[in-house]
Design a protein around this ligand. Structure first.
Ligand code: AGP
Length: 608
């Protein structure tokens, strides 16, 4: 989603802002722009497409001011063209906006009635007009913003500047994140901590309906009525992982190869290695876990598929009923959350608007919420009452990979901990399960060897008309995840199915132009999965099967058989997903797609 960077300080604002926007590039965007003070006016430079186009235009530009704002736009209202790119500048006021103004039509009509001419098709431009109108009648920037705030409905984070106050910025938000960074001689505002950490670790996370008034290096936080609020900056303990590909052609491939480490890092804080026990470091008392009657797991996209796998783990091992739901459905269906429930919200970014709304709803109903996030201090992390961390390291590729396996590792730990709590603290299988978890990183290393196969097979695979990914039991959500990866990266038709459902419709799709990706490890449903594979083969489907160990039967039934190490059924998904990620990566790459930033997608989905 959109990225915001603002800077006031002694350095060249052009450098600071462009570097900041580069740090936010991974979020996904389709145009970019800056407005920087020069000779008392904001000079605006914008460009369609990638940041390099903006940089090209900025090459010859010089600015003598010390204040500027920048933006990467992910289009919501209006096409992704230069006219709609931010900043929006009206009568000396410049603003950048992330989110959606929901009463856009109403505001636009009212401004049109006042003979306002619009330069863009965006909802954001309206905010610039509204602030400029207030300044015209004598308000300063801060009072103008406070006047406009009650008129805005929707989800937004906005940074505004005015040429009349050349050392001030006003930032305000309701929904998407905004962070103020306090350096010794400079102040920054950004939508993402990554743009701030090169300059300072002292930050203030703005709360909803708060306004930050930045005047030089002084920062005042106000509520939406203009009453001052006391906020102490927090120190961010964040080692900035440089967004470098380290020799890989894409971040995604690097992140796929980082998965063994990601899993080891997710597990490490929670394992008692001496005794082969799980000691979950989480703010949930043993008595609460013992009395737990129901678990809900909520997320979007890949995080939702991890949630589905979690359902199989927790129900299978701990025998506690689990309900899994897509956050955008959960938040609007008035869910019944009994007492003695735990709601787990999963979000790599910790900023997904629907997941955050689901979390807030759960808290309103007085039910405990546990977050599983990769980004410490993200909105979801800050608002949840209990926390588990993926510890996967910064994930830059829009397609989630290492965060997914880290989440699966944490869900294994949660299932084991709940099973232990339910059985009075003792779980016979615990040492074996812990051994299985400890072996995962090395098993994952061996699976990564299949990369060569997909690098070569991509040329053939890309000519298929469609892909059907199938599995049963816990392998089913992994089939869904494999199909999602291919859709988002290769833009090809792919469906994930529970293999047992094949006869109920999808069998009609199968012919020699359809690739079947079958997940068939030797688990309790192996024989049934093999029957489904026979049915697909009989209809001429081209089969790649992924199983465990040496499996002659699978080999016979398939054009290609990929053998994974055999491990516990709860851990197989962490191995199975790797070939599916590699398949999607190589097919997309051979089609010449932008693997790290697929079209139309954003890393952090901060609007619903
Ligand atoms: C994953 O490859 C996708 N880009 C997407 O489905 C993602 O998982 C989803 O938007 C949820 O994001 P979150 O984990 O940051 O909440």
């Amino acid at each position: 989603m959109c990225g915001i960077v603002g800077y006031y300080g002694p350095k060249d604002p052009k450098e600071v802002i462009v570097n900041g926007l580069r740090a936010l590039e991974y979020r996904g965007y389709d145009s970019a722009g800056v407005a920087i003070l020069h000779q008392g006016e904001f000079k605006r430079v914008r460009a369609e497409g990638k940041l390099v186009h903006l940089e090209e235009r900025l090459k010859e530009e010089v600015f003598d001011g010390h204040l500027g704002i920048g933006h990467t736009r992910w289009a919501t209202h209006g096409l992704p063209i230069e006219r709609n790119a931010h900043p929006h500048c009206v009568d000396g006021v410049s603003i950048v906006h992330n989110g959606i103004i929901e009463n856009y039509a109403e505001l636009r009509e009212s401004l049109r009635a006042q003979a306002v001419n619009f330069q863009s098709d965006t909802d954001s431009e309206l905010v610039a007009h509204l602030i400029a109108q207030q300044i015209k009648v004598g308000k300063n920037l801060l009072s103008a913003v406070l006047e406009v705030l009650p008129q805005l409905e929707g989800a937004y984070s906005i940074l505004a500047v005015s040429k009349d106050q050349p050392n001030e910025m006003v930032a305000f938000k309701y929904g998407p994140p905004l962070i103020v960074g306090l350096a010794s001689d400079a102040t920054l505002v950004a939508s993402d901590i990554q743009a701030i950490v090169p300059h300072t670790r002292e930050v203030i996370f703005l709360e909803d309906q708060e306004v930050a008034h930045i005047c030089g290096s002084q920062v005042q936080i106000l509520d939406s009525r203009g009453e001052e609020r006391s906020r102490t900056p927090v120190h961010i303990d964040w080692t900035q992982e440089r967004a470098e590909k380290q020799g890989y052609p894409h971040f995604m491939l690097k992140e796929i190869f980082e998965q063994p480490r990601a899993v080891a890092q997710a597990l490490a804080p929670h394992l008692d290695l001496e005794n082969h026990r799980v000691k979950l470091k989480v703010e949930l008392e043993e008595s609460f876990l013992q009395s737990l009657e129901r678990v809900f797991i909520v997320g979007c996209g890949t995080s939702f598929y991890a949630a589905m796998a979690g359902e199989y783990m927790i129900e299978g091992l701990a025998r506690i009923p689990v309900e899994v739901e897509i956050a955008s459905e959960f938040r609007y269906r008035n869910p019944i959350l009994p007492a003695n429930s735990l709601v787990v919200v999963i979000s790599q970014s910790g900023e997904t608007a629907d997941t955050l709304a689901a979390l807030r709803l759960v808290k309103e109903q007085g039910v405990r919420a546990l977050s599983i996030c990769n980004v410490p201090n993200s909105s979801i992390d800050r608002e949840a009452q209990a926390h588990l961390y993926m510890n996967a390291g910064v994930e830059i590729g829009v397609a989630s990979t290492k965060a997914f396996v880290s989440t699966l590792a944490l869900l294994n730990l949660l299932a084991i901990s709940l099973a232990k709590a339910k059985s009075g603290g003792e779980l016979k299988a615990e040492p074996d399960l812990v051994q299985g978890l400890l072996s995962l990183p090395s098993h994952m290393e061996t699976v990564l060897v299949h990369e060569k196969f997909f690098a070569e097979a991509a040329q053939t695979l890309k000519s298929f008309r469609g892909f059907l990914y199938m599995g049963r039991g816990i392998n089913y959500p992994i089939a869904l995840e494999g199909a999602l990866k291919l859709k988002e990266l290769a833009y090809m038709h792919a469906e994930g199915y529970a293999a047992g459902e094949m006869k109920h419709g999808p069998l009609a799709l199968i012919d020699s132009e359809m690739a079947i990706i079958m997940l068939a490890p030797k688990d309790g449903l192996y024989e049934k999965t093999l029957s489904n594979l026979e049915e697909a083969k009989a209809r001429g489907g081209q089969i790649i099967s992924i199983g465990s160990g040496d499996d002659e039967r699978l080999r016979q039934l398939s054009q290609h058989y990929l053998a994974l190490p055999q491990t516990h059924w709860m851990m197989m998904p962490l191995l199975e997903v790797i070939p599916l990620q590699l398949l999607a990566y190589h097919v997309a790459e051979s089609l010449g797609h932008d693997v790290d930033q697929p079209r139309n997608l954003a890393k952090s989905v901060t609007v619903e």
